[in-house]
Write a protein that binds this ligand. Structure first.
Ligand code: DC
Length: 226
């Protein structure tokens, strides 16, 4: 079974998808980390981010690995071409570089193939932007998580503070979220949009526990009827 969790950046889907996977004993795949890993290697190799063929070559040939501890749903590290890039893919530099990478149709096609292969192996909670629309249009559970841009900026700001990353102001984060929403939802290939049959989940006024319960119940209802 595939639980597809899509939504804009900062909607809280990453932490929620991880939690749901853990509590339900499912695998977890962060597809955004794959686009980020390609962007990381492209910068490492000083590749022009508009060079679609060079980016595609990375996506096709440089292996992305999620390193798991035995029996753990959540990967402890991400590698590309054997290089551990777990920390580097979360930097503001990659936040910027990943947009052109994610808009590249050739990269998307290569990564979607890999995502389908990974999802075919296990019951998986897969999070991204196009899981319910493109990667697994037949996913058994599809959730589209949203929250207002202001709420998402507030959450990201607090998360950064907790991680000791204090360089970005709330306003800068809000601006970045609005910019990324615009790029993600207006690109030609797989623009961010909810699948027609996705459950829309606006989390602006929900607690994390409520969101988690909601998604788990959606999964359990389908699992029971299968
Ligand atoms: O979820 P994230 O912020 O880690 O995603 C990084 C970038 O990759 C972001 O610009 C959206 C894009 N992305 C995508 O286009 N499709 C996905 N399935 C996952 C992420």
């Amino acid at each position: 079974m595939i639980v597809a969790i899509d939504g804009p950046s900062g909607s809280g889907k990453s932490s929620m998808a991880k939690r749901v996977a853990k509590e339900l004993g499912l695998h977890y795949l962060d597809t955004g980390a794959m686009y980020r890993a390609v962007a990381f290697l492209a910068l490492e190799r000083r590749i022009d981010l508009n060079d679609a063929d060079a980016l595609e070559s990375i996506a096709l040939n440089d292996k992305i690995e999620f390193v798991h501890d035995e029996g753990e749903a959540i990967a402890k590290a991400v590698k590309i071409a054997g290089i551990d890039c777990t920390k580097q893919i979360r930097t503001p530099e990659i936040d910027k570089a990943v947009s052109p990478v994610a808009t590249c149709a050739k990269v998307r096609s290569a990564l979607v193939n890999q995502q389908r292969q990974i999802g075919a192996l296990h019951n998986t909670v897969m999070e991204g932007r196009d899981i319910g629309t493109v990667v697994f249009p037949n996913a058994e559970v599809k959730i589209f998580m949203t929250a207002s841009a202001e709420e998402r900026a507030k959450r990201r700001y607090l998360q950064n503070q907790n991680r000791g990353m204090t360089t970005l102001s709330y306003e800068e984060i809000l601006e970045d979220i609005n910019r990324r929403d615009r790029v993600d939802s207006t690109r030609d290939t797989s623009p961010l949009k909810a699948a027609d049959d996705a459950i829309m989940l606006d989390t602006t006024n929900m607690t994390k526990d409520e969101v988690c319960e909601f998604i788990k119940n959606a999964y359990l209802a389908v699992a029971k009827s299968n």
